[in-house]
Structure formats: C-alpha cells, structure tokens
Design a protein around this ligand. Structure first.
Ligand code: UD1
Ligand code: UDP
Length: 359
C-alpha cells in the first residue's frame, strides 16, 4: 500500500500530523504532497518543524489566487505527481481548495480517495468550504466521519454505508499529543504578559467575514466592546487574509492586541488558558470544545453542531451587540461538557482501516 497525503494549509498540516506519525509508526509507504496553498513561514513550515513532520516529497508551490486559478493549478500539479507515484490511496482532510483538488485529481485517475472529516455540513452554499465538502464527499471511496451525526448526514445524501466509518476527529489526537508539550516548551503567556483565564482569544479569517467590509467592521466593533465591558485584554493573532483585508478596508482597532499568527504550541497554550475564545475557525470551535474552554462563533451557522449540542459553543454572527450578549452568556457557563469528537485515537483507527483495505 502506498499512501499519498495531500495537504496545503495550516489546519490540514496540524490535523494530519497524527495520521502521518501513525503511518511512520507502522513503517508504511506514505508521502506528503503539499500544494503550497499556504506558504508563509508562520502558516506552513513552523508546523512541520514543531510537529516533527517529514518534509513534503512534492511541493507544488501553487500559492494564492482566485478559487479557479488556485484549484486549477493544484489539479494539474497533483495529477502529474499521482501519475508518477501511483499511490493506492489519496488522503485529504477538511474542506479547503487543496482538499477538493486532491480528491478530484485522484478520482479521475481511478485512485481511491479517503476523506478525513467527512460529512460536515453548514448548508450554506455561499461558503467555498461547503462546496468543497460536498463535492469531496461525493468523490470519496472511504469517508472518515468524526461523529455519528456526520455519518448520518452522509447516508442521507445517498453515500453507501460500507464507505463510511466513524473515527473521531484527528483534532483531538493533535490536542492530546501536544497539550503537555505546549505547557513545557513555550511561554507565550509570559511573553505577552497574560495571565490564565484573564484574557480573551480571537481568530477571524473566513472569507464571508473578512472580505465583507461591514461584517468585518461589525466584528471588530463587537470585540472592542467586549474589551471595554469586561476590562480584559483581547488577543487576536491575525491570519494573513484578515491582515490584508484590514488594510484594504482601513479598519483600525483601538482596544485589540493584534499579533502575528502563532505556532501551534503557542496557540494551544493561549487557547487552553483563555477565559473565552471568539472565532470563525472550524478547528478552533473543535479545539475549545475538547479543551473545556467556552467559545463564541462569529458566524451565523456551523458545520460543527456537536459543539452547540454539548453547550461549548454558541453562534453570534457579526452584530456587535449580539457578540457582547453571547459572550456574557458563555462567561456564565460551567465548562463541564463531554467532548463529542472522539478519544484521541482517530489517527490509529483511520490507518487501521487503510491497512485492512489495502495491505
Ligand atoms: C483557506 C481555506 C479556509 C481555511 C483557511 C485556513 C479555502 C477556500 N479556504 O483560507 O477554508 O479555513 O485556509 O487557514 O481553501 N496568505 C498569505 N500567506 C499564506 C497563505 C495565504 O499571505 O501562507 C494570504 C494571501 O494574501 C492570500 C490570502 O491569505 O490571498 C488567502 O489565502 P487562501 O489560501 O486563498 O485562503 P485562506 O483565507 O487562507
Ligand atoms: N492555529 C495556530 N495558530 C494561530 C491560529 C490557529 O496554530 O495563530 C491553529 C489552531 O490551533 C487550529 C488551526 O490552526 O488547529 C485552525 O486553523 P484555521 O483557523 O486557519 O482554519 P480552519 O480550522 O478554520 O479551517
């Protein structure tokens, strides 16, 4: 069996790390094909170094562009590598353009596709991620659903039962494998002069939020109101897309502590110590749920409804007054929910399923 792991962005590198390490543990023939969708040091290389991942065997250096440009270049590059390498299976994880390109290039070459994090749905067709999810699931031969809920969604869309597996989400594996290390190895709290449970942490980068001037302004205003109301620092590691849009829209922020994107261990330390996290990130909604930290999601929907069901997360959208109201609500919550995303052994399960099928 030869496994090709196709990845290209920050969350894919982090969430694939448990699978890569599990493949290494079994001495499997596995290589990384990096599309180069993310390429800045702090969005890419830092995670390979910190998570001790092997170098990508191929890097397509596709970089940024419109959706069609980016996806088209990836398709051409991935096809070429797959024809040369002839893997038994291509693995993709999540919902980025890299994921769709990897799945589509492979299925057209009749190479089996495994989709990790299958069956998530926001039912919001305006989101590029939703289009990528639905199409990737349709292309896939093995659908690794993180929860029973996501598996049922797949079955409801006509995907056959034999193709679906409930494995948990590898985000839990990554958190469990790195939380202690993050406490030992980094001191971002000290570096930023922060105290545990005495600050708010923010991430905002989604296209529907930061590419829309009014929406982005509304979110920044809501965050500034929180800083004033609760008198705690609001720390925001700014994703490069958000940085670019802030500049383009002339959005300035008085109260927020804007910092560069963080490495994973530092981010995990901040996230696990925050009083409350406000985000539009998929991975951060999951991680806060695993870490027992309350989360306010700056969106009107989520493809992670399990977090709403257990009460770790609430939707606030982009209206400043609602952001304040929902933050207040979450600050009063007891953080005693059960993590619905698995036991931290999703990577093991996925690799075992692959070995049963292809070895
Ligand atoms: C992508 C994913 C999104 C995911 C996010 C994770 C798609 C459609 N979107 O969004 O689902 O949540 O990654 O972080 O695939 N840029 C840099 N350096 C980089 C990468 C990007 O400066 O290393 C800047 C460029 O100005 C670029 C912009 O960020 O134009 C957006 O990058 P892009 O890859 O198009 O999408 P993301 O917003 O990162
Ligand atoms: N993350 C990080 N540094 C940061 C912000 C986030 O390492 O400054 C990690 C976070 O722990 C999570 C992942 O990046 O594992 C989430 O990625 P992102 O929000 O970019 O994408 P999404 O999950 O929304 O697709």
């Amino acid at each position: 069996m030869r496994i090709s792991i196709v990845l290209g962005t920050r969350p894919e590198i982090i969430k694939f790390s448990p699978i890569v390490h599990e493949c290494e543990r079994h001495g499997l023939d596995c290589f990384i094909l990096h599309t180069g969708q993310h390429y800045s040091y702090n969005m890419d290389r830092v995670f390979f170094e910190q998570l001790e991942l092997p170098e990508a065997k191929h890097n397509l250096d596709v970089g940024s562009g419109t959706h069609a440009e980016q996806t088209g270049k990836m398709l051409m590059g991935i096809e070429k590598v797959l024809l040369e390498e002839k893997p038994s299976v291509v693995l993709v994880e999540g919902d980025t353009n890299t994921v769709l390109a990897g799945a589509l290039a492979a299925v057209k070459l009749h190479i089996k596709v495994g989709h990790v994090e299958a069956g998530l749905r926001s039912y919001d067709w305006e989101m590029p991620e939703e289009i990528n999810r639905v199409l990737t699931d349709q292309c896939s031969d093995l659908l690794f659903a993180p929860t029973e809920k996501s598996r049922r969604i797949l079955l409801g869309e006509g995907i056959s039962e034999e193709k679906t597996f409930v494995t948990g989400n590898t985000v839990v594996d990554a958190v469990y494998q790195n939380l202690e290390i993050s406490k030992r190895k980094v001191n971002v709290l000290g570096r930023l002069g922060l105290y545990p449970k005495d600050f708010f942490l923010v991430t905002v980068h989604r296209q529907e939020n930061v590419d829309d001037r009014e929406r982005f302004r509304g979110i920044v205003e809501g965050l500034e109101m929180i800083e004033e109301r609760f008198g705690l620092p609001v720390v925001y590691p700014v994703h490069p897309r958000a940085e670019k849009q802030m500049e383009a829209f002339g959005i300035e922020s008085k109260g927020l502590r804007l910092i560069d994107p963080l490495d994973y261990l530092s981010f995990l330390q901040l996230e696990s110590s925050a009083r409350l996290v406000l985000t539009d990130s998929g991975g951060v909604q999951e991680e806060t749920c695993v870490l027992g930290v309350p989360c306010v999601t700056l969106r009107y929907n989520t493809e992670r409804p399990e977090t709403l069901d257990v009460g770790s997360n609430v939707l606030a959208g982009a209206d400043p007054a609602v952001i304040v109201e929902k933050s207040e609500l979450m600050l009063g919550k007891r953080n005693a929910w059960a993590n619905p995303f698995g036991d931290g052994r999703a990577g093991e399960r996925i690799v075992q399923i692959l070995r049963n099928k292809f070895d």
